[in-house]
Design a protein. Structure first.
Ligand SMILES: *Cc1c(COP(=O)(O)O)cnc(C)c1O
Length: 493
């Protein structure tokens, strides 16, 4: 039997330490300077309230309170975080250094391009890098997240069909393994989504695809590697079928870890792809933090890119970087020029890695995922038993009476973040693990050992797993109640 892990603080302590409960009447954390402007009347009484309870605490108390809370967070900087499809890899500190250089961090978006040539050169350089990574002809950096990149790609596909007499092309094919944002983006773009099943090997079912390749076809949204962590071996044939039917191929390149420097999506036949810079290209993310989902396109879609793109005007006295609008642009997708700080981080990351570094990423990402797969073979079911890419999908169904949720929650007691659960939807009790290229063999051995112990507990003491986690500040939640009756602020008893 595994020992319950000892806690830094118990959940009771944590409750007691709420800021409001530390309040002592008259205690204060600030000393305001004497008034040096004329005193003004307060707004009308209708806008004032006198029942607002605020904690009365010292500055030190506030600092301790928030610092303690910050340490209750699980993060990639504190522990292993093998969240499949989300790529929680190490984020090099040098990215933070460059993103906070005053010349970049303090630029105002309304500053004239003449005064921001360095920043524009950087953005142009990043466009070029991403074109090289994908093999595409053009790149737009403005989308603010993966889903936003999808929407811009979808709007470009629509604009393309409209401009080419294809306004009747409403059907968008999406495999049943796809990330939920794919059908959502297609629907937002006005397309009718048709799901394509997977075959027994986890590839797209080619018979179903052929049946749906009719003359109302707009295209397909396809993730390569798929969200089963597999390289779909029919991809080239799939692109050919779609193109023959007059459709376009959208590539969801949110997770490029397995294929960086190995294969260019353009070479496989994709017309447009988005990349998640906050996953593959190392910006810290999670909790809704900033992201960037640039779109890269081939020649057919080049005129439709969202504006602005950065172009270079070459002359005898050097390069000049300017904002430009592609001729049939779908227009603006947001204010200004995208998540600039995220773009700086990605530029730094790619520059420092270089071509060989990219190859090392994909080599190690795939090696690590396959290593974990073999460490856990026999303990957890492998619904698609093939060489995997950057992530591996297990099923917890070997353990009758124990759910993927129980396994995931119990992992927290061992100091590991839970993997992605219940996704992709085609796998029963799915546990999707992405170790990433930055983790050591020792970390993965410890993680595999924790999972093997959980397997043992599942057989001998399933109730212990049903109640997990046992060592976190908050233990097993009633998830439905947490969503419907969230308890978000302090209330007096
Ligand atoms: C994360 C992800 C997305 C969505 O990206 P966001 O930045 O979260 O909008 C889309 N597709 C796949 C395969 C993903 O993993």
């Amino acid at each position: 039997m595994v020992q319950k892990q000892q806690l830094p603080i118990t959940s009771e302590d944590y409750q007691r330490r709420l800021l409001m409960d530390r309040s002592v009447p008259g205690r204060t954390g600030v000393s305001l300077p004497a008034l040096d402007v004329p005193e003004q009347p307060l707004p009308g009484t209708g806008m004032l309230r006198d029942d607002l309870e605020l904690p009365e605490v010292s500055e030190g108390e506030v600092v301790r309170y928030f610092t303690n809370i910050s340490q209750l967070n699980f993060s990639i900087d504190t522990n292993f975080y093998p969240l499949g499809s989300c790529t929680m890899k190490y984020n090099p500190r040098v990215n933070e250094a460059t993103a906070s250089l005053p010349g970049l961090a303090q630029l105002h978006p309304r500053q004239s391009p003449e005064q921001a040539q360095g920043a524009l050169e950087l953005l142009h350089g990043l466009q070029e890098y991403l074109k090289e990574v994908t093999g595409m002809q053009g790149c737009g950096l403005v989308p603010l997240a993966g889903a936003h990149g999808e929407l811009s790609g979808i709007l470009m596909m629509r604009a393309y069909h409209m401009a080419n007499g294809g306004s009747h092309r409403r059907k968008m094919l999406i495999p049943d393994t796809a990330h939920g944002t794919n059908p959502a983006s297609a629907a937002m773009g006005g397309f009718d989504v048709v799901a394509i099943p997977s075959d027994a090997d986890g590839n797209m079912d080619m018979e179903a695809l052929r049946r749906e390749a009719t003359d109302d076809l707009a295209g397909v949204m396809f993730t390569q590697p798929t969200t089963l962590g597999l390289f779909d071996t029919h991809v080239v044939e799939m692109c050919r079928i779609i193109h023959e039917a007059g459709g376009l191929v959208y590539g969801d390149g949110a997770n490029m870890n397995a294929i960086l420097g190995r294969v260019k999506l353009a070479d496989l036949g994709f017309d447009v792809v988005h990349l998640n810079l906050h996953k593959t290209f190392s910006t810290p993310h999670g909790g809704g933090g900033p992201g960037a989902g640039p779109v890269c396109v081939n020649e057919r879609l080049l005129p439709f890119l969202p504006e602005p793109v950065i172009s270079v005007e070459k002359s005898s006295d050097g390069n000049r970087y300017v904002f430009s609008r592609p001729t049939q642009s779908i227009g603006r997708l947001g204010g200004f020029f995208g998540s600039f700080g995220v773009l700086v981080r990605a530029y730094t990351y790619i520059t420092l890695l270089g071509g060989q570094g990219m190859l090392d990423i994909s080599g190690n990402a795939v090696l690590n995922a396959n290593y974990l797969k073999e460490q856990l073979r026999g303990y957890f079911d492998l619904p698609y038993d093939r060489i995997c890419m950057h992530e591996v999908v297990f099923s917890a169904k070997l353990h009758s009476g124990v759910k993927a949720l129980d396994v995931a929650k119990r992992l927290l007691d061992f100091g590991f973040h839970a993997p992605t659960m219940y996704f992709p939807l085609v796998v029963d009790e799915a546990l999707m693990i992405e170790p990433t290229e930055t983790e050591s063999k020792e970390t993965m051995d410890a993680f595999a050992e924790a999972l093997r112990r959980i397997d043992d507990e599942a057989a001998n003491d399933p109730d212990f797993l049903h109640a997990a986690p046992h060592s976190t500040p908050v233990s097993r939640l009633d998830e439905a109640k947490a969503a419907r009756q969230p308890y978000l602020r302090w209330r007096p008893d």
